[in-house]
Ligand binder design. Structure first.
Ligand SMILES: [Zn+2]
Length: 395
């Protein structure tokens, strides 16, 4: 079955009593709660009046539009693939030639001057064309009308002279996922972009799905867990051995909706937000359905010599893009020399009193900055090296 849904520039708002929830489902859904979108738009527009956007700007806008659905879809995985698929793939076009047969049933996006073979109707900004077998989608494409003046902007819509590509992409993606037009609630799935009554009511300034839209998706695909899964792990400092000198506070965090930030607390006091996004292929392999799990690492440097000797608690608090919070704690057993920073290796002098036993090496009478210490090194499986296990002041 083929279904075409269009978003029009303007239409008359229906006057219907407002029920609590009013999302509209088209009927079919994606099998296995998974959909793959080849999201980079083909043939991006060059109509007069366009800002000189690069291809990357259109690609990023489409990617953001997809993320806005991922954030509220508790039980649906939307895979983004950074390449093209022709929306008219397989259709017989001009001169009886088949359009982009190699793109087959891949779901794609393009700016075109026609709806493959038919002309756009009057006032149509974009369409979604879905194909389904039984209750399941097999392919769904989005075509933006290339004759329309597109740009990308936030805030109030700019009337009928120029249209925001991103929020119309969010609307068309709603169709692609299985939503129909909603006419009784404020929703990104409202059918018109510039209906005068809705502009007056401020209803059409939305840029992302509303709670009603998310409720529609979660009704279609199942609510999943009430709170989207969120996980944070602190890997350093280690709970074994001593925490000495300059070291990492590091770990990783993943969330179904994406991670907004990771806060670090030391001894119950907020220290700083940890930079987030370091490459973690191992986490990506473990959590393949979480967005950005491949880049889920966080890491900061701390000089533990500035802290008192003994235990210090570290808490990593991860906040996802829906505001959910998860935290984990670790313990740093700080051990240190009497100076907070040893500025030169010349200040460190080993004696010949070095002994070993099993996995432990003891360096006795080590002079550091004029003071004497016993330093115990112990093999660590976690770090695959000899770590400092203990520093003892010798007087
Ligand atoms: Zn629509």
């Amino acid at each position: 079955m083929k279904t075409v849904s269009a978003v029009f520039a303007a239409t008359i708002a229906a006057s219907i009593a407002m029920p609590c929830s009013a999302f509209v489902l088209s009927g079919p859904k994606w099998p296995n709660n998974e959909v793959t979108i080849h999201y980079e738009p083909m043939l991006f527009p060059s109509t007069p009046g366009q800002p000189p956007y690069t291809m990357a700007v259109w690609n990023n806008a489409m990617s953001d539009a997809i993320d806005s659905w991922t954030q509220g879809a508790n039980n649906l995985t939307i895979h983004k693939v950074a390449d093209h698929a022709h929306p008219c793939a397989g259709i017989v076009g001009a001169g009886a030639s088949v359009i982009a047969p190699e793109d087959g049933n891949r779901s794609g996006v393009a700016f075109l001057s026609t709806m493959c073979t038919e002309s756009f109707g009057s006032g149509v900004l974009a369409i979604n064309v879905s194909y389904s077998t039984g209750s399941h989608y097999t392919n769904s494409d989005i075509i933006f009308n290339a004759a329309v003046n597109w740009d990308i902007h936030s805030g109030p819509i700019l009337g009928s002279s120029v249209y925001d590509f991103k929020r119309i992409a969010v609307h068309e993606l709603g169709h692609l996922l299985g939503l129909g037009h909603e006419t009784t609630q404020t929703a990104i799935m409202n059918p018109a972009y510039t209906d005068p009554e809705r502009i007056a009511a401020g209803d059409l300034n939305m840029e992302t799905p509303t709670p009603d839209d998310y409720q529609g998706i979660n009704t279609l695909y199942g609510a999943g867990s009430e709170v989207p899964p969120l996980k944070v792990v602190l890997e350093e400092p280690h709970s074994h051995g001593a925490t000495v000198g300059v070291g990492n506070v590091r770990g990783w965090a993943v969330a179904k909706s994406g991670i907004a930030e990771v806060e670090i607390y030391i001894d119950g006091v907020f220290w700083d937000n940890a930079p987030y996004g370091a490459s973690r292929a191992d986490v990506g392999a473990q959590y393949p359905t979480y967005p950005n799990a491949n880049n889920s690492g966080f890491s900061m440097i701390n000089n533990w010599s500035n802290y008192t000797e003994g235990p210090h608690t570290i808490v990593a608090r991860a906040i996802d893009k829906l505001g959910n919070v998860a935290s984990t704690s670790g313990l740093a057993m700080v051990d240190k020399f009497d100076v907070s920073y040893i500025s030169s290796a010349d200040l460190v002098k080993l004696s010949d009193n070095i002994s070993s036993s099993g996995d432990t090496i003891t360096l006795d009478n080590v002079s550091i900055n004029g003071k004497s210490y016993r330093i115990v090194l112990k093999w660590s499986n976690a770090t695959q090296q000899f770590d400092i296990a203990n520093i003892i002041n010798l007087f």
